[in-house]
Design a protein around this ligand. Structure first.
Ligand code: WT7
Length: 654
């Protein structure tokens, strides 16, 4: 890339109208988009009433759309009854039973397809197996699995019998798994011997054993899928093989009809305290938002092959692997392994092999692949791609332009989708045949969503140059319902700041002169490492669990591939380590934190100090630490520091 190219990217302010060929066939036309927005603006509740009636299959029709009597604990369609798995599977059987639902690609290259009929049969068999193991509606089941179709089968089977699943990302440690199992009071864990990643088998069962070792009080049964074939220890009376429990089970299972508000799943995510929150989602509202956004944003048509690369351990894998596309009757691709295995062409090879038409991934993956050069994607036929998506963190214009030109051949719109674990589904995104895109902006809210940027008093920020709080001013069906077991935290985290009137996302944003939203990152002590959400306090508590660590402060700093990386300041018991002791301890602490939380939480930088800079009231001056980590000018008043010389030490110069 020439210097002038780089210049133009740094100052990227072009706007990209929807490519004509795409727009000509798009599912939503500009007129339809305008009509949806007008309808939602006229009467938001009537808008959702109509869509919930049209888009979901109900066992018992709802009479009341929105119950705001306990606001901000909103309830949607609460007197209706339905089943999520019925809405994702059975509804397609008559017309599309033989259509591929899941095209699976294992990391070693094994591949198979499940049609809607086959997937339904597998889900039913496993659902019957769960029932045979004593699982009842409302029971919580933790799923800790690799990215294989059985992960989706397990989730759908839970939904089918009214059990609430809580998927824990396979990269999380045994400790993190234990906390989540205990907080949810899970009755069962569904796992695998392992999964393939980067050419290695990642052990899962051993982590489950460790997680259950001291106090697996609530867990009675563990179901183990054989994936890698590595030997695992099976505990008599507790552990059962997947293949054994499904043996002889019928391939039909009447769905459990549950109330619309029945918790479909919990998904733990990081916040600004040390304890992850169990975000609780509903059945009907969640599914409605998942299905509609799949159709609006991804323009799903009958012959599409949709690949969302997210793991089912994250919300993206719930909404755009397991629920949204299946509710919309689409064909999805699931890939088990690492993006770079055996080389940086794997993603593009999968696109070619399976004829992927819609590709949805994270900026961190794009940056890593972009770094390998244009020669790699050039080796593959990417001509079937027609739409590209991005999610999880702001996408930098350089990666956006690369995605657009090198991967999309200039003909694919890019949908930069802003949303959160809490919002359940995409909140702001271009509509691909309608919205002119600007690299780095998630553009405007999807129909029915009332988003705004407000100042500290809750007033809209009028000035396009000025940032503020990103808020949602009206409830929406896919919103989280509460934090499992801690409604007070739900209220204080998301609603208290503006008097329970606005949902507070925790992001800062600004809106430009065209009303486009630019999300600029978190306003709280949460950061995004490779698109994964981590809390400052979580990582700090992992550090202080190490016997040599007295105190730790963690901040993030920009990283060209990960987006952000973790920078830790550590105060040790006794004297400050130096020389080889410091080097060895750094390496040890990296591993230790990785073991406590999971590999994604490993810090990139560790700096030892005699003490941490604190205010008179004893609060760590995180902004100062952030400035130091980023080599920025210090604007804080450091005169009150007990030992101002500490700043030089923190900078690594003393
Ligand atoms: C946080 C939510 C959304 C599902 C995956 C992550 C950041 C997400 C974007 C985007 C800028 C984004 C926000 C948000 N974020 N998408 N398109 N542009 N920032 O879900 O782990 O709950 O994280 O991710 O900061 O608050 P999550």
């Amino acid at each position: 890339m020439t210097d002038s190219n780089i210049e133009s990217i740094l100052h990227e302010n072009r706007s990209f109208p929807p490519p004509l060929a795409f727009a000509a066939k798009a599912r939503i036309t500009p007129a339809e988009f305008a009509a949806l927005n007008t309808e939602a603006a006229r009467d938001n509740v009537a808008f959702w009433t109509r869509l919930a009636r049209e888009e979901l299959s109900w066992h018992t029709k709802f009479k009341q759309t929105l119950d705001d009597s306990q606001a901000p604990n909103y309830r949607w369609f609460a007197d209706g009854m339905l089943n999520a798995s019925h809405n994702c599977l059975d509804v397609h059987l008559a017309a599309n039973g033989d259509k591929p639902a899941i095209i699976f690609e294992g990391e070693p290259g094994d591949s198979h397809t499940l049609t809607y009929r086959q997937l339904t049969a597998e889900v039913c068999r496993f659902a019957n197996a769960l029932k045979a193991q004593g699982i009842q509606p409302g029971d919580r089941i933790v799923i800790y699995m690799p990215m294989v179709p059985e992960a989706v089968i397990a989730m759908q089977a839970c939904a089918r019998i009214g059990a609430t699943h809580s998927v824990v990302f396979g990269g999380f440690s045994a400790n993190s798994l234990r906390d989540r199992i205990n907080d949810a009071g899970a009755k069962m864990v569904i796992t695998a011997d392992g999964g393939w990643r980067g050419g290695r088998s990642i052990e899962l069962k051993s982590a489950v054993d460790a997680a259950l070792a001291d106090n697996g009080k609530t867990v009675g049964k563990v179901i183990v899928l054989k994936r890698t074939g590595e030997p695992v220890a099976m505990q008599e009376g507790r552990d059962l093989w997947w293949s054994d429990v499904v043996k002889g089970q019928r391939d039909r299972c009447e769905p459990a009809w549950v109330g619309a508000e029945h918790p479909l799943f919990l998904l733990y995510t990081s916040g600004s305290t040390g304890k992850p929150k169990g975000i609780q989602h509903s059945t009907a509202g969640y599914l409605l938002s998942a299905k509609l956004t799949s159709q609006w944003v991804f323009d799903l048509r009958d012959d599409d092959v949709f690949w969302c690369t997210a793991d089912v351990g994250w919300v993206t894998g719930h909404t755009y692997v397991c629920y949204g596309p299946l509710a919309a009757g689409a064909t999805i691709v699931m890939y088990e392994g690492a993006p770079m295995h055996p080389d940086g062409g794997r993603f593009w090879k999968i696109c070619e092999k399976h004829g992927v038409t819609i590709f949805y991934t994270a900026p961190t993956a794009l940056r890593a692949l972009m770094k390998l050069g244009d020669g790699i994607p050039a080796k593959y036929d990417l001509s079937k791609l027609r739409l590209l998506g991005s999610v999880g963190e702001p996408i930098n214009p350089e990666a956006w332009i690369w995605y657009h030109t090198v991967i999309g051949g200039g003909r694919c719109p890019i949908v930069d989708t802003w949303w959160q674990t809490e919002t359940g589904a995409i909140m702001a995104s271009p509509i691909p045949g309608v919205t002119a895109t600007k690299p780095g902006s998630c553009t405007t809210p999807v129909p029915g969503i009332d988003m705004a940027v407000v100042d500290d008093n809750g007033n809209p920020v009028g000035n396009p140059e000025q940032g503020g709080w990103l808020v949602v001013r009206k409830p929406w069906p896919g919103m989280l319902r509460t934090i499992w077991g801690d409604n007070a935290r739900y209220l204080s985290t998301y609603w208290a700041r503006f008097g329970n009137c606005y949902y507070v996302a925790g992001d800062t944003a600004h809106q430009d002169q065209d009303g486009y939203f630019w999300c600029m990152g978190r306003a709280d002590d949460v950061f995004k490492v490779s698109g994964h959400r981590l809390g400052t306090m979580e990582v700090e508590s992992a550090f202080v669990a190490h016997p040599r660590v007295a105190e730790a402060a963690v901040v993030s700093r920009p990283h060209d591939i990960k987006g952000e990386s973790i920078f830790a300041y550590v105060v040790c018991r006794g004297t400050r380590p130096t020389g080889t002791d410091a080097e060895q301890l750094s390496a040890e602490l990296r591993e230790f934190v990785g073991k406590e939380l999971g590999a994604i939480a490993k810090p990139d930088d560790i700096r030892f100090a005699d003490n941490l800079p604190k205010t008179r009231s004893g609060k760590i001056m995180r902004r100062l630490l952030r400035a130091i980590a980023r080599d920025e000018k210090i604007t804080e008043d450091i005169s009150t520091l007990e030992n101002p010389a500490i700043v030089e030490q923190l900078r690594g110069r003393a």
